[in-house]
Write a protein that binds this ligand. Structure first.
Ligand code: ATP
Ligand code: MG
Length: 303
């Protein structure tokens, strides 16, 4: 259950719901009367203000981040209406699912519990982050060969699928090849995950581009519907936590630092922490700048 230091203490009880798990950012609840997650008719996913970078949770949180991520996910799920997703409709009450408590309504999503695939389905249209690091060593990312001579932030000839193995809490997600995903979930599912991920990325990049924003890369998580087996888009989608978003005008004028995601946090942490032991607390200025960028992304996308 709650393995995130401090998370358990901060969680206020939610009427009708029982806390079952805390990830780095989200807290998961099942209806109080459900015996287990497997038995639950619904999950309540509550996004906290916690911020993680390099797979560690940092202090302090980013004010209102949970609400911003939830608004953004909802907006994208609606834009991507053609792709099956895990959101449960509003008549959930009619099926005996407890109401979403008002105290968390703005940062909670009522979702269908899925059998999650242990794969982070990453798509990259641009070279950055762990993709850039891997490219410098191998001229490829997750086994996908790339042209020589690319530099950090370059646009790729075509978007590529670069999956990662979803590590347990406290471990680091690990880039893997497509062949490894076939071993993990079978060829048919592996191909479907790749196809869906590339298709959703293509659609979302168009939407973002229309608004002057580059979707440099993103991570999706999918699960199987427990009854029909249908591969379903889950988790958060296309948020500033799961994606790199850049300002297109700044990028075109040669500035590759104008991002709407937690790159501010990553940069500060890289410069101030050796990745051993407890990370230092984020300064107020970094917290506020990150919050402002998250707010700006939501405003620009949804305007
Ligand atoms: P990160 O995404 O930063 O690696 P995390 O994986 O530790 O973090 P969170 O994202 O904080 O966890 O928590 C959300 C958890 O809920 C994830 O484990 C995710 O796989 C899971 N999840 C999301 N949607 C569903 C769903 N519909 N059914 C079952 N589990 C889900
Ligand atoms: Mg997650």
């Amino acid at each position: 259950t709650a393995d995130v230091p401090g998370a358990e203490q901060q969680l206020a009880p939610l009427t009708g719901w029982r806390h079952v798990y805390s990830g780095k950012v989200r807290d998961l609840y099942v209806p109080s009367e459900a015996a287990s997650v497997d038995d639950a008719a619904a999950l309540l996913v509550v996004a906290s203000d916690r911020v993680s970078a390099f797979d560690v949770v940092l202090e302090p949180g980013i004010p209102a981040k949970g609400e911003l991520l939830t608004s953004l996910s909802r907006w994208w799920f609606e834009k991507l209406a053609g792709f099956p997703n895990h959101l449960l409709d509003v008549d959930a009450a009619a099926r005996g699912i407890p109401a979403v408590p008002a105290t968390v309504a703005d940062r909670a999503m009522l979702v269908k519990p899925l059998d999650m695939f242990p794969i982070e389905c990453v798509v990259r249209g641009y070279l950055s982050g762990s993709g850039w690091i891997e490219y410098q060593a191998t001229q490829s990312v997750c086994g996908v060969p790339l042209p020589a001579g690319l530099v950090d932030g370059d646009r790729l000839p075509l978007p590529i699928y670069t999956p990662a193995f979803k590590a347990d809490l406290g471990d680091h997600d690990e880039n893997i090849t497509f062949e490894r995903t076939v071993e993990l979930v079978g060829a048919e599912t592996a191909e479907a995950l790749r196809g869906l991920s590339l298709a959703i990325y293509a659609r979302a990049s168009e939407v973002a581009e229309d608004r002057g924003i580059i979707l440099a890369d993103t991570k999706f998580e999918f699960g199987a519907d427990r009854i029909t087996g249908e591969i379903t888009l889950a988790d958060e989608v296309l948020t500033s936590d799961s994606s790199r978003y850049w300002d297109a005008a700044a990028y075109d004028s040669g500035d590759r630092t104008a991002s709407f995601d937690k790159q501010i946090v990553r940069n500060w942490l890289s410069a101030n922490w050796d990745r051993i032991g407890t990370p230092p607390a984020l300064p107020a200025e970094i917290v506020e700048r990150t919050a402002a960028r998250y707010r700006e992304l939501l405003a620009r996308l949804t305007a």
